[in-house]
Ligand binder design. Structure first.
Ligand SMILES: Cc1cc2nc3c(=O)[nH]c(=O)nc-3n(C[C@H](O)[C@H](O)[C@H](O)COP(=O)(O)OP(=O)(O)OC[C@H]3O[C@@H](n4cnc5c(N)ncnc54)[C@H](O)[C@@H]3O)c2cc1C
Length: 348
């Protein structure tokens, strides 16, 4: 269930509207950065949420109606024939196309943004592990393995990788690993499989997500490991999922495979707040943080500059601890995922 669908009931209409706008506002910020800083990151338009059975399609119809009620009119329902105009696969019964969505090369976006920061006078210290933070009334000391930075404000956004550096944040989110494989360049076959070059995710609890790279490789992702460990053989794990959607790719070469961690919050709602008057944090986008982190960055910047309305609205949303705490959250989440996988498979 999308975070904002739940949030209307749990946190009130205003916060639900706010959370519902996360995706579109974040996407607009990214497009502005790409334009203003002339970032080459193969930005392409539109994405599809795909349903594998009628139960999922019905859920999508309800979600679509909810989106509309929040003034989000960029999304359009697709039936089986409609979705096949975008994805040449028999796997789906329909879906939703989001005309405001999109996809791009994320590392190249990050590199372009880093370069813009440097051109604006900022300094980036790569490969410099923060090991502790000390707060005093007039200054914050960020202690790294190589030295200490004293600053007026600090924003902690280590997400799934912050580990135990800030104990107060450790329990709020759980690292989860997800994996991607990249085929060899597919040439014309790529255009046949995804003729409109959209990116796709299905709506299962443990989902497939995929898109074409600029050099026409299929980048196919999925898999979830609670706790954040890498699977021993990423290709062996992900390839069967890709073959199920696109049997035509059964014999193509897999050139690359990788994994990384995202930070899952129990409610799936991302979190931001303060640990100290001038120490902020933001994390827990639960696998959808590319746009979310851009919006949160804007909200944090506004808050630091004295415009706190949106920060205050978000910071008041209560976070829900994982059942079982740090010791048991992984096995409990695995058990929960089995239940949702059963629902997804049977279409309950
Ligand atoms: C394989 C994969 C596919 C994904 N696909 C999508 C997708 O299609 N769409 C989407 O929206 N999201 C996707 N995500 C999730 C998305 O990548 C995250 O939500 C997003 O990167 C969160 O941004 P962030 O800046 O909060 O955290 P991150 O991008 O994780 O950055 C955190 C940074 O903090 C640094 N850090 C942590 N601790 C310390 C420390 N103590 N000292 C110094 N530095 C530290 C880390 O090194 C890292 O650079 C995917 C994630 C993975 C792994």
């Amino acid at each position: 269930m999308p975070a904002y669908k739940k949030s209307k009931k749990s946190y009130g209409q205003e916060n639900a509207n706010f959370v519902g706008q996360l995706v579109t506002r974040g996407g607009k910020i990214i497009r502005r950065f790409v334009r203003d800083y002339d970032i080459s990151c193969d930005l392409k338009e539109k994405n599809i949420f795909a349903a594998l059975n009628n139960g999922q399609l019905k859920d999508l119809q309800e979600t679509h109606a909810l989106w509309e009620s929040h003034g989000m009119h960029d999304r359009e329902m697709l039936d089986k024939r409609g979705i096949q105009e975008h994805i040449k696969s028999d796997a789906y019964v329909g879906g939703v196309i989001d005309h405001s969505g999109g996809h791009f090369h994320p590392l190249n976006l990050a590199l372009g943004e880093a370069s813009a920061i440097q051109q604006g006078g900022g300094t980036i210290y790569e490969n410099t592990l923060v090991v502790d933070i000390e707060y005093a009334d007039d200054a914050i000391k960020v202690i790294t393995e190589f030295g200490t930075v004293t600053c007026k404000q600090a924003v902690l956004c280590g997400n799934a990788y912050l580990n135990k550096v800030i104990p107060k944040l450790t329990d709020r989110v759980m690292p989860v690993s997800t994996q991607i494989i990249a085929t060899e360049p597919l040439g014309d076959l790529a255009d046949q499989l995804l003729p409109t070059d959209v990116c796709v995710e299905d709506v299962r609890y443990i989902l497939d997500y995929y898109r074409l790279s600029a050099d026409k490789r299929m980048l196919f992702g999925g898999g979830t490991v609670y706790g954040g460990q890498d699977p021993a053989d990423i290709t062996a794990k992900i390839r069967p999922n890709m073959n199920r959607i696109f049997p035509e790719l059964r014999d193509v070469k897999i050139d690359y495979a990788w994994s990384g961690n995202f930070a899952l919050s129990f409610s799936r709602v991302p979190q931001m707040g303060k640990l100290h008057e001038r120490v902020y944090f933001a994390h827990g986008y639960s696998g959808h943080g590319v746009t979310g982190s851009h919006l949160f960055g804007q909200i944090l910047a506004d808050a630091i500059n004295g415009k706190t309305k949106e920060f205050d609205a978000f910071a008041q949303i209560p976070w829900i601890p994982f059942p079982g705490g740090r010791a048991l959250r992984v096995p409990y989440s695995v058990m929960g995922s089995w239940w949702y996988a059963l629902k997804d498979t049977t279409g309950m």
